[in-house]
Design a protein around this ligand. Structure first.
Ligand code: MN3
Length: 244
């Protein structure tokens, strides 16, 4: 027989690990709190290195925008929903359940901002921007007058959003493309629209890199950063959802 002592030990240890794993798994139902534990939202990692979009958006901006601002919305949301019916709901349900309710505005604002930022990071990528291709481009031609007009109108919406907010490319129930702007935390989901792409136009999104030059920031996103592959997936019907 060719079994060495080393192999025998590995087999024996493997068996011990398997046995203890099995014990843990079979013991789990004895702790019902595990399956009833409320969801806790977590800060999703950026889909790129924080320096990957330089020089257009700096790592320092992401340290604040993702590490501080987005993180604060997640932390506050978890505090606000703890012990409420919202604690066991997916983020998208919390948003639609609290939209337009004056006494739930704090929950809506933090839930929506968590969604908006999670979505926004996916809309960006290194060496992105420019024109989309495929079906989305055709639809842009027929619904929005082509890419050049879309870009001009999107930029106008982003600049024209007075104070904090977001500029969006959305589709309605029939699939028709529209440009939309929303104030503060408001978002297409609260208006029955599907978000396809967004640019954050809160000052915290651009002030470190662009100071007051919001138009330059928006133009740079369009020219250099938009991840049209992600936008095309949203257009094709893939629903973006934020994991708990
Ligand atoms: Mn922001």
């Amino acid at each position: 027989m060719g079994i060495s002592r080393r192999t025998f030990l590995q087999l024996a240890l493997g068996g011990a690990v398997a046995a203890s794993t099995h014990r843990l798994v079979s013991a789990a139902p004895a702790h019902p709190y595990l399956k009833e534990a409320p969801m806790t939202f977590t800060l999703p990692p950026l889909p790129f290195d924080k320096a990957a979009l330089e020089p257009h958006i700096s790592a320092q901006t992401f340290d604040f925008h993702h590490g501080k601002h987005h993180n604060a919305y997640v932390t506050k949301l978890n505090e606000l929903v703890a012990g409420t019916d919202y604690a066991s709901m997916p983020l998208e349900e919390i948003i639609t359940a609290t939209a337009g309710k004056a006494d739930k505005m704090a929950i809506f604002n933090n839930a929506a901002q968590h969604w908006n930022h999670s979505f926004f990071w996916q809309c960006l990528k290194p060496n992105g921007g420019g024109k989309p291709t495929g079906e989305l481009a055709k639809r842009m031609d027929s619904d929005l007058g082509g890419y050049e007009k879309f870009a001009a109108d999107f930029k106008a919406a982003a600049i024209g959003q007075f104070g904090s907010g977001w500029a969006w490319l959305v589709s309605d129930a029939s699939g028709k493309l529209e440009i939309m702007k929303t104030a503060n935390a408001d978002l297409p989901l609260a208006h029955g629209k599907r978000a396809l792409m967004t640019v954050d136009v809160w000052e915290h999104a651009y002030y470190l890199d662009y100071q007051n030059r919001r138009p330059d920031f928006v133009q740079t996103c369009l020219d250099k950063l938009i991840n049209w592959d992600f936008v095309a997936k949203n257009y094709a019907g893939e629903s973006f959802k934020v994991a708990a």
